[in-house]
Design a protein around this ligand. Sequence first.
Ligand code: COA
Length: 421
Amino acid sequence: MEALKGIRILDMTHVQAGPTCSQLLAWMGADVIKFEPPQGDATRGQLRDVPGADSLYFTMLNCNKRSITVNMKSAEGKSVFVDLLQKCDIMMENFGPGVLERLGFTWDKIHEINPRIIVGSIKGFGSSGPYADFKAYENVAQAMGGSMSTTGVPNGPPFVTGAQIGDSGTGLHLAVGLLAALNHVHRTGIGQYVEVAMMDGVMNLCRVKFRDHQRLTRGPLPEFSVPTYQGMGETPRAGNDSGGGQLGNAIHCKPHGANDWLYVVVQEAVWEALANRIGPEVGVPDLARDPQVATIAERRRNQQLVWTLLSKFAAKYTKRELMAILNPLDVPCGPIMSTEDLANDEHVKGRDMYVELDHPQRGKWFNVGMPIKLSASPAKIERSPLLGEHTDDVLTNVLGYDAAKVEALKAAGAFSAPPKK
Ligand SMILES: CC(C)(COP(=O)(O)OP(=O)(O)OC[C@H]1O[C@@H](n2cnc3c(N)ncnc32)[C@H](O)[C@@H]1OP(=O)(O)O)[C@@H](O)C(=O)NCCC(=O)NCCS
């Protein structure tokens, strides 16, 4: 049975940060009702690859949900919203600052309507502090949460990371908060307001960078390949340094294309075996005991030499061949996998992490699968809903409206955009 069976979510989220969260909860079995403005979540039409079809931006973030369109700027639409608040366990949103309040629904008001309901809210910067009024997108959060200043090479510009830590990362944080609040409501009968700011979520994911920030007050960071010194102030960008207690780097392999790299961790425990394997082929037969790299302190100091020798060795092998050489030596390593590599990878397929789905407008397409595997409640992934596909279904079967009421609401414009003046 689905783990969250019986939990109903009124999902007002849009774009990426919120929908990531509600999709995960839907994959765990919650009944997620995507509550959209009459024109739909803006991402339905963004970056379209098939004319007239919901974009992959939308379909990949909104699986296993029902869709209802409601015009919240009409009195009738608001009355449908209030009725749904009474039938749901969670309401979630990631509107810009003040949007819900402008619509007339503060947390206090929602709590009064349904004291059990949990409200999940994502904002760029939360509801307090000098940044509270600002909107935010992924890269703004990466910029302001410490990720960009610590990503990239030392003398180059700051870089965003491809993983959507500002949006999807915040969605994950919200999911944790909502599950905790569900446990709380089961014990107390009282719902609560769960807020995650994208900037806070990114900072949480940059925790180790603040470890290094504080270490810099005591001395240099010996594991960094770039120069650091006591009192430096800010954690520098350090390319592909491992950033942990073990040395690591990306090593370019044959045929030296964009993704022909293997990330290799020169774990202390494997140094001797690794050095004995590569040393003879790169002209340093006794590499393991070479005074420049024999101890971890020396390897840190002279890590450029380690990377140069490993790269020299790697020049004769592809990333997969190098991996096959290093695996038996227990060297932690992994090829840099392109999206093409991953889309065709047997391991990925076997773990249902790239799944084929059908869609009435676009035909076959793929979604990234559910990364959280529950033994008794495996996720069953189903396509995203068309805009308003379930409006009648929800009005009838969740709210219990009769046909006459539905028609009257429709005629009053509760589910459609007002005609253009
Ligand atoms: C993402 C973001 C920048 C988009 O900004 P935006 O497109 O201007 O959208 P907003 O959320 O500010 O506003 C939505 C508008 O749609 C309206 N709307 C939303 N649902 C509606 C409905 N069902 N019926 C009628 N109107 C609706 C709102 O009332 C609001 O109108 P208003 O500005 O007149 O008050 C902004 O929502 C934001 O900062 N969100 C928080 C952080 C976040 O999640 N970022 C995105 C990560 S992917």
